[in-house]
Design a protein around this ligand. Sequence first.
Ligand code: NAI
Length: 380
Amino acid sequence: MRKKVYWIEGDGIGPEIWRAARPVIDAALARESADMTLQWEELLAGEKALAETGSPLPEATLAALRTADIAMKGPLGTPVGTGIRSLNVALRQGLDLYACIRPVRHFAGLETPVKHPERVDMVIFRENTEDVYAGVEFAAGTPEARRLIDFLREELGVRKVGETAAVGIKPMTEAGSKRLVRRALRFALDNGLASLTLVHKGNIMKFTEGAFRQWGYDVAAQEFGDLICTEKEPVPGRLVIKDRIADAMFQEALLRPEQYQVLATPNLNGDYISDALAAQVGGLGLAPGVNMSDSLAFYEATHGTAPAIAGQDRANPGSVILCGALMLENLGHPAAAQRIRAAVGKAIAGRAVTEDLAAQVSGARVVGCREFGEIIGENL
Ligand code: NAI
């Protein structure tokens, strides 16, 4: 079977990390499966698309992705002067990629800011389309901001918003929150994990983040009632649903990370905590992620285009390689995924790493992007 995988090369370091990563992903699958190969089909986006088609996000790319079930992308910058605020946000919203999923765990040999990074083994499910990322905000002093402030004052009696304020809107819906938590619940149950934590700031933002917390408990009780329990009334063998206020969760992640397996979060909290946790395990340059709709799993390197080192064979291709592991796992090849992770682990233990990782590996020998990919390939 040939499985079609759409891919977007990405800007900046995109081309070189792809050249290093793709052979590793193909080889890992070939080792474990005689009957599936990947049929990579390129789609254009970003600078390359702008140069070839005049648009940074051609309709043909969106059309192909609307029918796809699997795709992968390198980092995309935001082409200057095209009127698009962020290609990544445009893709997430245009394809309704409502769940951003990031697993975080430590690779032995990576020095980190904490004493016991190996205690972190979490998967973050971040809501990806709502919250302050909806992009509804108005600059201070504009007629739009002024009208909104006048409306708040005159129609709703809100006096606390100063006349000169910049204003933004934070929409969060029951449907949007529940579908994210539902997906996180299924993942936790399918993988036999101990707990799922709703991370919110509901003590302050009662009707948005507080509602997220409540909708999370509701969907758990309504749809998974006999499989779950709460922290107050634990039932052996069942998934424990708990919640933490976001600031407390950052403390917990440092002090008692082993008590957390799956986090379900609104958009902004998830953005912060996934980078904080990745840094905690020394893995910002290695962090894989996937954005999911109900039909598409869209894997992406979580770092940006790293323009300062682009085209110099200095980038770390690890994030795309580990995206490949996530993808192969979801395609039903967990042994190939495990082979990739073990090969990355062995490369780190062997201390021949890209320059970004070298600072975290004592006695490291710095290798280029291409060579790091080759070493991981050999370790498969
Ligand atoms: P960045 O992630 O590109 O760079 C931050 C720092 O990390 C830099 O020092 C960079 O050299 C280093 N770095 C990042 N990835 C690396 C890798 N694979 N290997 C070695 N070093 C690496 O973030 P920045 O500078 O804020 O953004 C640059 C551009 O990327 C912007 O246009 C931004 O919009 C875009 N971006 C795109 C993302 C995506 O497509 N998912 C995510 C984040 C930023």
